[in-house]
Design a protein around this ligand. Structure first.
Ligand code: TXA
Ligand code: MG
Length: 318
């Protein structure tokens, strides 16, 4: 068991120095916390998989401070990538591109492609600028659990398993980035996220929205594994028609539920607020030993589509 150093947001030089030494540092991004290490050092990257208990066939996203660093990690950068980066970066868009040899097989799980993102969170951005390294960073949670959107939640999973954490919050989006594969002939969304399929379709001037990968396809290795699962059983519900149960129950959604036997109710005012609070709500349910977690379904459009994807995975439906 190592000691995990708590680093204030005002001491990012310390966190950068540790990354340069090959250490593992958790830091906030606008989506969720990332667990970062130098993407060019295999032993450090191997420790990320160990700390998370992550299957080695699930590749990592490489984070950069700016587009100038892109040629270090990506081999072929199509014109369309530059246009997308100009419109949506820094931000919650991850592009899958052909990789450069500087990025080893552990990061990419043996694929010839690399996933790249330039985060917008000022803490993440400053840290990446200070260390000037490509930083491999999956979400900072034990594999299979809901991602961490507060530093306390990250420590709940990873205290003693990682070298340091930047103790600043502000994961304002709350669900992970959109992953878009540009390494093939047609752009393909591998994971829904805060940059919506409608935005991408409009930008790419496609009549149809960018295709989704078929479930379980090798293109999107991470989506095969269980994700976002709390201890309690998640069910996607209509608040007017909750299932009955003798077990302890909690609800999150846009409309007040028709039941007065719930231990805990969380009403969110819109879909972005729902997405931003979901993972912390699921973790909070576990802290209180809630057995049945009811989550209201939302319209399958815009950010709602990404939210439904997370809810379906949390419920074990995908
Ligand atoms: O918002 C986010 O993307 C957060 C923050 C920390 O940046 N990171 C994150 O990482 O969600 P992670 O490891 O939890 O999810 C990475 C996803 C997985 O579904 C993985 O399979 C996919 O990206 N991925 C990574 N590299 C890939 C590649 N070369 N080809 C296809 N999919 C890839
Ligand atoms: Mg993850």
């Amino acid at each position: 068991m190592n000691l995990t150093e708590r680093i204030a947001g005002t001491r990012l030089e310390r966190a950068a120095e540790m990354l340069i030494e090959g250490k593992l540092i958790a830091f906030p991004t606008e989506t969720v916390f990332g667990l970062g290490a130098d993407a060019t050092r295999s032993p450090s990257v191997a420790r990320i998989f160990e700390a998370k208990g992550r299957p080695s066939d699930n590749p990592l996203i490489v984070h950069l401070a700016s587009v100038d660093q892109l040629p270090i990690v990506a081999g072929e950068i199509p014109e369309v990538a530059w246009g997308l980066l100009e419109s949506f970066s820094p931000g919650p868009l991850t592009l899958v591109l052909k990789k450069q040899p500087a990025i080893g097989p552990l990061v990419t799980a043996g694929l010839e492609t690399v996933a790249v993102r330039i985060p917008a969170h000022p803490v993440a951005h400053r840290l990446l600028e200070l260390c000037r390294l490509p930083i491999a960073a999956p979400s900072a949670n034990r594999s299979g659990k809901p991602s961490g959107t507060t530093w306390q939640s990250v420590l709940e999973d990873l205290d003693g398993r990682i070298d340091g954490i930047v103790c600043e919050d502000g994961c304002w989006l709350g669900i992970e980035s959109t992953v878009l594969d540009l390494s093939r002939s047609a752009p393909r969304i591998l994971r829904q996220g805060a940059i919506t399929h409608e935005q991408l379709a409009a930008h790419l001037k496609m009549d149809r929205e960018p295709a989704f990968s078929e479930p379980g396809a090798i293109l999107s290795p991470g989506t095969r594994h269980p994700h976002y699962r709390p201890q309690g059983r998640v069910q996607i519900v209509d608040p007017m028609n909750l299932p009955s149960s003798d077990r302890s129950r909690a609800f999150i959604g846009l409309d007040p539920p028709k039941s007065n036997t719930l231990s805990w109710v969380r009403i969110v005012h819109d879909v972005p607020a729902y997405a931003a609070s979901l993972y912390e709500f699921l973790r909070e349910c576990d802290r209180h030993g809630i057995e049945e977690i009811y989550c209201q379904s939302v319209d399958d459009q815009g950010l709602g589509r990404a939210l439904m994807d997370r809810l379906e995975r949390a419920a074990g439906l995908k």
